[in-house]
Design a protein around this ligand. Structure first.
Ligand code: PLP
Length: 456
């Protein structure tokens, strides 16, 4: 097997800015040791997120020029609609400005007090939009998906028994829809098998419930199915995507992920009455149904991105480059969630820094050190992001303390990834000298965005 290469050549480049360690010390100090508050220009390799950070292709940029900005009935909308229909097979396609706008519309109509939405794992905006309506967001992930050190092919699968038990407990009349998130972002970007999607569909059929996909990383999920699930190696990724969506009555999508654009999203549906309700709400909150919250050029770029993302050379490179970084870290003894998911590597900060307690924010210590040592920006997903205070004022920590290295699509080359691995391994080998942090300022909600820290 020869080296898997980037399946593109580069015709436009964006310089990245180098800083010295002394400069980074000052920058980090001024940002209160919170990389969210650092200017992007002071970051060398930005692994904060894979959302909206893709490099667009020459064809997408050409599409930007060709975008039709007509208010109603834009040519670009029809291209967008047909690209989404080709993949989802769904009948009604509603453009939105990003994933959470689709969620907001769907749950405003279907959510509400006394309702329950089961999911393998709700992404945080999905949970927020469900809870905002007064409904309850319930995660029913398979047990194996909760174990960072256990290797398995489909750690994003929903627990089918728990789903059926849950439906019987709360009553099917209180469940407006069941959701599956592919891949499972909050659970490490782990894929869901076709069998699991079929099994969830069978349960939904039994209780007459609609099934929706949170489809942000549908192409990455389909590629994992092709590589790991029996009977799919001869099928094309497009066929696998079409089969995945065929079991769903609708989907919410952030085009900032697997549509390879910087902004965009959609809601797809088969139920005409529901689609009409969604469109009516769309007009109030997003815009006319042939543009949603987008311009014609955005619609054009999404249409082309959806064709490019199912290219198997692209997906092979995409999944392999994430796995490649994971492999390098594992070989050096760095503890990560295994096996690597599609879009990111998650460092297990508890095993990386066993002597720094959760209330001293081990993930934050690693995040700061990666920036200091190598100008790399990552994000803590642990007690800073999800920690809550109990009645006694003590911090209640989530199960896992993680640091996410998200890989933007088509942006960095193998040497960038080699460099990232070198920096992480260096920090790991010098981990004894790392200290924890305390929070000296925090907002009442979503504190990780603006909190300020002090080194202990
Ligand atoms: C990003 C994401 C969303 C929300 O999409 P935005 O475009 O950021 O609003 C929803 N679900 C999942 C799984 C995501 O990864």
């Amino acid at each position: 097997m020869k080296t898997i290469i980037e399946p593109f050549r580069i015709k436009s480049v964006e310089p990245i800015r180098f800083t010295t360690k002394e400069e980074r010390e000052k920058i980090l100090e001024d940002a209160g040791h919170n990389p969210f508050l650092i200017h992007a220009d002071d970051v060398l390799i930005d692994l904060l997120t894979d959302s909206g950070t893709s490099a667009m292709s020459a064809s997408q940029w050409a599409g930007v020029m060709e975008g039709d900005e007509s208010y109603a009935g834009s040519k670009s909308f029809y291209k967008f609609e047909s690209a989404v229909k080709k993949i989802t097979g769904h009948e009604f396609i509603i453009p939105t400005h990003q994933g959470r706008a689709s969620e907001k519309i769907l749950f405003t109509i279907l959510g509400g007090q006394g309702k329950f939405i089961p999911n393998n794992t709700h992404f945080d905006t999905t949970r927020a939009n469900v809870e905002f309506t007064g409904a309850e967001a319930v995660d029913l992930l398979n047990e194996i998906g909760k174990k960072p050190e256990v290797k398995a092919d489909f750690k994003g699968n929903m627990d089918i028994e728990k789903l059926e038990e849950f439906i019987n407990n709360v009553g099917k009349e209180n469940i407006p829809l069941v959701m599956i998130t592919v891949t499972n972002n909050s659970g490490g970007g782990q894929p869901v098998s076709m069998q699991n999607i079929k099994d969830v569909r069978a349960v939904c059929n039994k209780y007459n419930l609609p099934l929706f996909l949170d489809a942000c990383r549908f192409a990455e999920n389909a590629y994992f199915i092709k590589k790991r699930e029996n009977g799919y190696d001869e099928k094309s990724v497009l066929e696998i995507c079409q089969e995945m969506f065929s079991y769903a009555d609708g989907a919410t999508m952030s085009a900032k992920k697997d549509a390879l654009v910087n902004i965009g999203g959609f809601l797809s549906l088969n139920n005409e009455e529901l689609a009409t309700q969604c469109r009516n709400l769309l007009i109030v909150t997003e815009g006319f149904p042939t543009y949603g919250g987008l311009s014609g050029r955005d619609l054009e770029a999404v249409a082309r991105g959806l064709e490019e993302v199912v290219d198997e050379h692209y997906l092979q490179y995409r999944i392999r480059s994430t796995e490649y970084l994971g492999e390098k870290l594992v070989n050096a003894g760095v503890p990560i969630i295994e096996p690597p998911g599609g879009h990111a590597i998650y460092i297990d900060a508890k095993r990386f820094l066993p002597n720094v307690q959760p209330h001293e924010y081990p993930g934050q210590a690693i995040v700061c050190e990666l920036y200091l040592e190598g100008g790399i920006r990552s994000v803590e997903i642990g007690s800073v992001m999800f920690g809550k205070y109990g009645k006694d004022g003590k911090l209640v920590s989530p199960n896992m303390e993680l640091v996410r290295l998200a890989i933007p699509r088509r942006v960095y080359t193998q040497s960038h990834i080699d460099y990232v691995a070198e920096v992480v391994i260096d920090v790991f080998n010098n981990r004894e000298k790392l200290k924890g942090y305390k929070i000296i300022y925090e907002a009442p909600m979503l504190r990780h965005f603006t909190a300020k820290f002090q080194k202990l």
